[in-house]
Design a protein around this ligand. Structure first.
Ligand code: NI
Length: 173
């Protein structure tokens, strides 16, 4: 397992819609393992393919917050929201591609998601709480959408400018 570099916004790859996965290959399985490793290392609760330059519809997540509890790594291939609750939830979101920036985002409080597992089988689950926020945030990534796209243009520009500066500083090191 390898920790892969995480792309930082702005990057054209983070704005692109990803291709559906056609086949579960060993290469994809290895990429999923790397993505989980990268996510835990960051640390974060979710990571989507494009964030490591993998332009396919795959995401990983684990929203178990209690360090005493068993981890629950999930790999979702070609995930689709099949149902959303009318009730919404406001959650302060962040993103590994937009480090140290947080903002409130309103989303459906619960969603039902269908996906293909690495076992080649169809899975479906209803997510609530942080899991619901996370899975929607990560699916957005697969459509080239970032959480800052939900903010006002002014706030979005402010964060983007900070990221440009951060990337410039990093490049100088
Ligand atoms: Ni993100």
């Amino acid at each position: 397992m390898t920790v892969r570099p995480i792309l930082i916004h702005p990057d054209p790859r983070l704005k692109k819609r990803c291709e559906p996965v056609r086949e579960i290959t060993d290469e994809l399985r290895a990429a999923a393992e790397d993505m989980l490793e990268t996510m835990y290392d960051a640390p974060g609760v979710g990571l989507a393919g494009p964030q490591v330059g993998l332009m396919q519809r795959i995401l990983v997540m684990d929203c178990v917050k209690d360090p005493e509890a068993a981890p629950r790594p999930l790999v979702l291939v070609n995930p689709e929201v099949t149902w959303s609750s009318e009730a919404t939830n406001v959650h302060e979101e962040g993103c590994l591609s937009i480090p140290e920036q947080y903002a409130d985002v309103t989303r459906p409080a619960e969603v039902e998601v269908r996906w293909l597992g690495l076992d080649g089988k169809d899975h479906s689950e209803r997510f609530g709480g942080l899991w619901a926020t996370c899975v929607q945030h990560e699916i957005d990534h697969l459509d080239g959408k970032l959480f800052i796209d939900y903010l006002t243009p002014l706030k979005r520009q402010l964060i983007t400018r900070k990221m440009v500066k951060l990337k410039r500083e990093k490049a100088r090191l």
